[in-house]
Structure formats: C-alpha cells, structure tokens
Design a protein. Structure first.
Length: 244
C-alpha cells in the first residue's frame, strides 16, 4: 500500500460558529510517518475527527487516492482502510484483551477463526500475549494503549491515525512503543499519522511534521526544520517542549 495517499485539502470545521480548523491541508502517503503537533486546542484531534468522519466539514475535502471520502459515515471510512485510536482509551472493559482485538477483526468482516488468529499474532507482537485473558478494565494505562493500537491494526488499515498513544506511559513503555510504531510502515505498508506531546518520541519517530496553532497550519517539514522554525518555537516548542 505504499503508493496510496490520504489527503485533507482546505479542511474547515466549525462548532457553534467558531472555527476549530481553518483551511488545513495535510497529505499522508503509504509507508510514511507524519507527526501532527501543536499546543493544546490547536485543532489536532479535530483534524483526525474530520478525516475519519467524526465531525462534518464546513469546507474543504478529504480524499483517499482519487476518491472523496468526506461526508461518508465513520464506519464506511474505516472499512476503506482508515482506522484511528482515541485520546481517551475506548476499550471494552468487560471483554478480555483477546476479545477486544477479535471484535475489531470481526467488525472488519473477518470470520471467527481469522479474527482469533489475528488477535494471537497482534498480542504477541505487542507483548500482550500473557494478558490475553485479562479483562480490558483491569489493565494498566500503558497496556490499554497498546491494546487499542493492536485493535486498530486488526482491521488491516492502510492508514492508522493515533491520538496521543504515549500519553500516560513511562519512559520504558514509551521506548517500547517507539520500536513498535517505527516498524509498522515497513512491516504493514501503512501510513501513520501520530499526535503526541512527547517531543522526544515525535522527533525520533517521524520523517515529517505538520504543526497547527489556533486551527491553522503554521509549519511543515522535517523534524529539524520544524524544531528551528521561529513560528513553531514561539507558538509551541519554546513554551511547552523546548527542553525536548
């Protein structure tokens, strides 16, 4: 899937007349890792919500290759190969870890046998095999985050959008996550868009960064270009992550 492209073009989102996003354009290719960063309230989660059909667009469009997908319901977008995690973990707390992952595969249209095999493979890949029978509700926060990513991968996405996957993780858990995520484009051929405030993770993981502030794009480029961009330092890095 490296030749596929997901594009948001001139995306505008309004809530009660207030513009949360104002003409934002972002492109993500298969096999690419792009970091979406910016201060709190800059529109990062709103952009992922717009791409995945969670909020309607007031302007602009989202396309998957040459097909316009903006306006489609979230499930239809997911079935086209665009899956996401959420800022607040949304596991089925009364299902086991294995059942949580199997449920995503079943929703994707896989049969029970294939879903079970996918869950076994993904839990092993994410170091969760020993917790397959634990209920989702009793997991540590770091483990819940990993289960959520494994569940998203059970749908065989061509594009994976992650909203703060390292939130709540300690340094060792974050380092493990970095290794897992950095290998996904090669092992699965997918494109990865990641929001996170951990600048150490973002700078090492991503080949390109896209920076939002107040609902607008203020910079794009390599991690080094963004790190030294005066507008980014003023709006974000200088005050919140200059130490990273």
């Amino acid at each position: 899937m490296p030749d596929m492209h997901l594009k948001a073009t001139g995306v505008t989102v309004e809530f009660a007349g207030l513009r949360a996003l104002n003409g934002v354009s972002l492109a993500l290719g298969g096999g690419e890792i792009v970091g979406l960063i910016g201060p709190n309230g800059s529109g990062k989660t709103t952009l992922i919500n717009a791409i995945t059909g969670q909020v309607p667009l007031a302007g602009g469009s989202v396309t998957l290759d040459s097909e316009t997908i903006s306006g489609l319901p979230p499930r239809a977008i997911a079935l086209k190969g665009i899956t996401r995690s959420f800022q607040i973990v949304r596991l089925f707390n009364n299902l086991t870890v294995a059942e949580n992952v199997e449920a995503a595969a079943l929703a994707h249209g896989d049969g029970q046998r294939v879903a079970r095999a996918k869950a076994t493979t993904l839990l092993d890949e994410f170091g969760l095999a020993g917790k397959a029978d634990d209920l989702g509700g009793v997991l540590s926060y770091g483990d819940k985050r990993r289960v959520e990513i494994a569940r998203a991968l059970a749908a065989d996405p061509c594009f994976l959008l992650l909203d703060e996957p390292a939130a709540g993780m300690n340094e060792a858990e974050t380092e493990t996550l970095l290794g897992l995520l950095s290998d996904l484009p090669r092992s699965r051929g997918l494109g990865l868009l990641i929001i996170d405030h951990d600048m150490g993770l973002i700078m090492r993981l991503c080949g390109r960064l896209h920076v939002l502030a107040s609902g607008r794009t203020i910079a794009e480029g390599s991690p080094e270009e963004v790190r030294t961009n005066p507008a980014v330092i003023e709006a974000y890095l200088g005050s919140e992550a200059g130490h990273a």
